[in-house]
Design a protein around this ligand. Sequence first.
Ligand code: FAD
Ligand code: NAI
Length: 466
Amino acid sequence: MAYDLVVIGTGPGGYVCAIRAAQLGLKVAVVEKNPTLGGTCLNVGCMPSKALLHASELFEEAGHSFAKMGISVPAPKLDLPAMMTFKQQGIDGNVKGVEFLMKKNKIDVLAGKGKILGTGKVEVTGADGKAQTVETKSVVIATGSSVAQLKGIEIDEKRVVSSTGALSLDKVPGKLIVVGAGVIGLELGSVWRRLGAEVTVVEFLDRILPGMDGEICKQFQRILEKQGFAFKLGAKVTAVDSSGKQLKVSVEASAGGNPETLEADVVLVAIGRVPFTEGLGLKEAGVALDERGRVQIDDHFATTVKGVYAIGDVVRGPMLAHKAEDEGVAVAELIAGKAGHVNYDVIPGVVYTTPEVSSVGKTEEDLKQAGVAYSVGKFPFTANGRSKVNQTTDGFVKILADAKTDRVLGVHIIGREAGEMIHEAAVLMEFGGSAEDLARTCHAHPTRSEAVKEAALAVGKRAIHM
Ligand code: FAD
Ligand code: NAI
């Protein structure tokens, strides 16, 4: 069979790329080694974690917030198997959706492991070991990432787990130790804390969520501590002894010294993810990797082999599903002879905890480091009417604008629904808008988004409700 494009991997990067290419009239196939389509995001990432975050948030609210609103219900009881079924139904629904989209767009799904045999040739080996070679004008590598391992600590996905195991625990751990205060650690730590676990997070650096705005993260840490999270910052886990009934976790200062042993029922290792290129035959085919093991690409997603491109977690840039999707669209358009492009300055990031944390563009630390003069506008949810009536006033909006031109350079939000609220900032920034543009845009009342408008007004020192 001969194709215009073969995409290896059906995560958000791969399947979206395939659909866009098919829309543009190319004959497309996808290759997937897993039994289901959708990659990390749909099967063991974004979607199952959001299902559990949603269910566990409601569980906690039913126990703590309903009464003060005059809703009297018996103390909620956890049915963990039912919650896991709810999660699985969500996964199945989305995976079926991708299968439908492949059929609708006449994209062939080739089940098996893809290997690049050089320009124009991909070998696909099925689970039964049978191999077939397909011819194609172009190949897109969209093989994603896998869990970064902690040296000397073996993940068994039962007691010492990665995010994959943490999404499927069969009981709530009494004590959960999370290694890494990144996005996975805080999201999945939140799930299990809400369901009853005592959670301690051990983080190598002296702050949580490195890369996000420091001021936002300080407040975030305080809120998480109020919720019951314990943090050991500037610390690392050096060993986990799993010989006894309880895990014995050796922790010491990042720079060494101050050793201590903590007990835990489960340890979640969440220290980042690494590009996944195993079995692709990249070396033999001449596809170069960079110093961090990512597939090396130019500004048009082209690898070092003609006709072979790469996108998503397996290449440079943030490991986010929407970044992978946008790259998938852009590379499909480039392959079809159009002008595909991704604006890496405007990629939102969201941490789906309670409250949520969202961000787009530069942080204050970025601007300081680059020596850019900036103005700051901030507005707390305590002064936002809708948040007050709902009694969800934690957090604030922060807007960073160029001191000379007023162009918005970064927006950071901590608060309920922050993940939905960030997008007006993203659109504004995509169009090169100013804080004044945002401040003069009528916002519906009463909404939490009015806090974004007020923060924009605050850049010009004229917030109304503060
Ligand atoms: P992947 O989704 O990893 O897909 C790669 C696919 O390629 C896989 O299906 C794999 O089986 C297949 N594959 C690999 N090698 C081969 C081969 N040789 N042959 C055939 N198939 C192959 N991002 C967000 O933006 N928002 C979130 O809320 C979010 N939550 C997350 C929660 C967790 C717990 C985790 C782990 C990640 C989360 N992410 C989130 C990150 C997100 O999942 C990734 O950024 C995204 O999945 C990357 O997409 P991708 O298409 O590059 O690769
Ligand atoms: P991460 O990179 O977000 O965080 C890892 C954390 O571990 C960092 O704070 C780092 O300093 C710390 N760390 C590293 N080595 C350590 C050590 N030895 N001991 C203690 N701490 C250590 O990685 P994470 O949370 O594993 O997530 C992986 C990727 O998945 C991220 O890149 C993220 O973008 C993506 N993701 C996105 C989500 C979202 O968008 N909501 C949700 C979950 C994951």
